[in-house]
Write a protein that binds this ligand. Structure first.
Ligand SMILES: *Cc1c(COP(=O)(O)O)cnc(C)c1O
Length: 382
């Protein structure tokens, strides 16, 4: 056997044109936010997703903070979300004083269990946040109907789901607002970055103001006002145009990136199916209503012991795999908000079983072969 190098869990996607575009941004002499490359990324997202407005931000976390500001979330407001997600999904709202209401997930897609939603709504509910886990859409028909019947806005944390769709409609276009992440662990990246997707045109102007330190600078540049001034709260949520240049290279090649990710994902599914069935391991489930975004390849092991056995076995062969999410309702902060053991049983169970395999654009075929063969050589201690 040849000496084997470590296979990382993730490596940032590099498609090729990033350097040339960043050099072009330098030649433009516009390195701050909202330059030509920022505009190009936003226009491309608007066209591809068919939505009224996309604003690049410094992160998905910051886009979620903008969403909380745009909804005027205040102390005491309740925000419903799945417990099985990343902290930023709720931290952005907690920063404004919101009380999280943690809901359990569906055992099949690991998305918010929409059957539990109605009972969680109170007169203080100010938002429902959904996460399209692994880029597989939530049951947006049911969630959308319930939310509009109660007059509650839906926010999509679409950090996993760019270019996925539910019943033929793109993820990120269902909620009043949606957010994207371009962190290096995501399908498309500029290191750190994100976007706010605005589906309600009434929110566009205020979003531009919040993102520009609470000033009407955007209107000034469009010649709509003759001076720019402080008009609202706000912060600095614009990424540098250098980062937008890097990102544009990837967004322009989204079909190639997604096709490669789809190939890797389907190969894992195909070549691990027999092993999984024999070892009582469950592979991801994608309902017929969903075109997934190929963001992650996870497996559900029979339990915590087998999950740790697999991670250790892979590590022994120089292959890095990871697990997530620790249920938010059981975290230190979650418990301060009333979270307790048994509150979301499915989330607690799944959190012990899940493992994510190396999955990134530049993963080579022979590396994936090594991952698959190493897994197939393992007999779990059941
Ligand atoms: C990655 C991620 C975020 C945070 O994205 P950043 O761009 O790093 O702020 C938020 N929510 C989910 C579900 C994520 O996976």
């Amino acid at each position: 056997m040849t000496t084997s190098l470590t296979i990382p869990f993730n490596a940032p996607c590099l498609i090729g044109k990033e350097t040339a575009y960043m050099q072009a941004a330098m030649a433009n002499r516009h390195l701050s936010g909202d330059g030509r490359f920022t505009q190009s990324c936003q226009t491309l997202l608007q066209e591809l997703l068919d939505l009224p407005k996309a604003l690049l931000t410094t992160s998905c976390t910051h886009a979620l903070e903008m969403a909380a500001l745009l909804l005027d979330i205040r102390p005491g407001d309740e925000v419903i979300l799945p417990s099985f997600t990343f902290v930023s999904t709720i931290n952005a709202f907690v920063l404004r004083g919101a009380q999280p209401v943690f809901l359990d997930i569906r055992p099949d897609t690991l998305n918010l269990n929409e059957a539990l939603l109605e009972a969680a709504i109170t007169p203080r509910t100010k938002a429902i946040i959904v996460v399209h886990y692994a880029g597989v859409g939530c049951e947006m028909d049911v969630i959308g109907n319930l939310a509009s019947r109660h007059g509650i806005p839906v926010i999509e944390d679409n950090a996993h789901g760019l270019f996925g769709s539910y019943r033929g409609k793109r993820l990120g276009t269902f909620g009043r607002l949606a957010t994207l992440s371009f962190h290096e662990t995501k399908n498309f990246t500029c290191g750190e970055g994100g976007a706010l997707l605005i589906n309600d045109p009434a929110l566009i102007e205020r979003a531009e103001i919040l993102r520009e330190k609470g000033t009407n600078r955007n209107r000034f540049f469009r010649g709509q006002v003759d001076k720019y001034t402080w008009v609202d709260v706000g912060s600095s949520y614009l990424p540098s145009d250098l980062l937008a240049a890097f990102l544009l290279a990837q967004l322009e090649s989204y079909e190639a990136i997604q096709a490669r990710r789809r190939f890797i994902w389907e190969r894992y599914e195909r070549e691990l199916a027999d092993w999984a069935a024999a070892q009582q391991v469950r592979l991801p489930l994608v309902p017929a209503s969903c075109d997934q975004a190929y963001h992650m390849f996870y497996m559900l092991l029979p339990g915590l012991r087998q999950r740790q056995q697999l991670i250790a076995h892979l590590k022994n062969e120089g292959i890095l795999s990871v697990f997530h999410y620790l249920p938010l309702h059981l975290s230190e902060m979650g418990q301060r908000f009333g979270g307790y053991e048994g509150m979301c049983p499915e989330t607690e169970r799944i959190s012990d079983m899940l493992v994510r395999l190396p999955f990134f654009y530049n993963l080579r075929d022979e590396e994936q072969t090594r991952v698959i063969e190493t897994i197939r050589n393992l007999r779990l201690e059941l």
